[in-house]
Design a protein around this ligand. Structure first.
Ligand SMILES: CC(C)(COP(=O)(O)OP(=O)(O)OC[C@H]1O[C@@H](n2cnc3c(N)ncnc32)[C@H](O)[C@@H]1OP(=O)(O)O)[C@@H](O)C(=O)NCCC(=O)NCCS
Length: 192
């Protein structure tokens, strides 16, 4: 498949307008939206509008990525945004929209691919993200690839009739590359 960077389980490739229908379906799923969006409610943009947004986004220096399975099925998206050239930093957002694909290591794999891209191709120094404090699966997934908890936007989210913290997590280039090196040493050792 041209244009795909493969990891152990999934690949990432720039999103294209034809992905708009699937993306709309993913973000319309209340279980996904619950974990992803600070503001809930309201219709997601139409597939036509999403496709147009993706078209213009494709022209930017940092296109959003689709996450795809070996057979080519789109299962989610990972994006680097609010890129600061001066600070060499960006925010990251990821979701797997096909719920039966959760907990298969796809998230960790796609994160590693996106972080490799961020720290090598884009030359970034730091990537950060926000995650709801109750989203334990996501937090575990982020920690597994090297993100650390840096603080909390305390009680920033009102959901299910109570306030929740939104955690700020970040990873630097050196931390990520050191972790990747350790990982490849461990995998060589396990093959011997
Ligand atoms: C968060 C998300 C990207 C993670 O991707 P994934 O492919 O499901 O996750 P992975 O399989 O790579 O890793 C999940 C890890 O969390 C662990 N986990 C699963 N459920 C858990 C729970 N309730 N509590 C703690 N850990 C949990 C898994 O065991 C695994 O850890 P391990 O590899 O050490 O065993 C994906 O589930 C998703 O998109 N969810 C909906 C939207 C969302 O939450 N997006 C993130 C918003 S910040």
């Amino acid at each position: 498949m041209p244009g795909v960077t493969w990891g152990d389980r999934v690949g990432i490739r720039p999103l294209r307008p034809g992905d708009a229908g699937a993306l709309r379906r993913f973000v319309s799923d209340p279980d996904v939206a619950y974990l992803l969006f600070e503001e809930l409610g309201g219709e997601p943009p139409s597939a036509l509008l999403l496709g147009t947004m993706i078209f213009f986004q494709m022209l930017s220096s940092s296109p959003d990525f689709g996450i795809i399975e070996r057979g080519g099925r789109l299962v989610g998206s990972v994006r680097l945004w609010r890129v600061s050239e001066r600070n060499r930093s960006a925010m990251l957002t990821i979701f797997i929209g096909e719920k039966q694909a959760w907990n298969r290591g796809y998230g960790q794999d796609a994160l590693r691919l996106a972080l490799r891209h961020a720290f090598t191709n884009m030359g970034l120094h730091r990537v950060e993200l926000n995650v709801f404090a109750f989203n334990e699966r996501a937090i575990r997934c982020y920690e597994r690839v090297g993100f650390v908890r840096e603080g909390a936007r305390r009680e920033a989210l009102f959901r299910d009739n109570r306030f929740h913290d939104i955690l700020v997590m970040g990873v630097t280039r050196n931390e990520f590359l050191a972790r990747e090196a350790e990982r490849s040493t461990a995998s060589v050792a396990s093959e011997q």
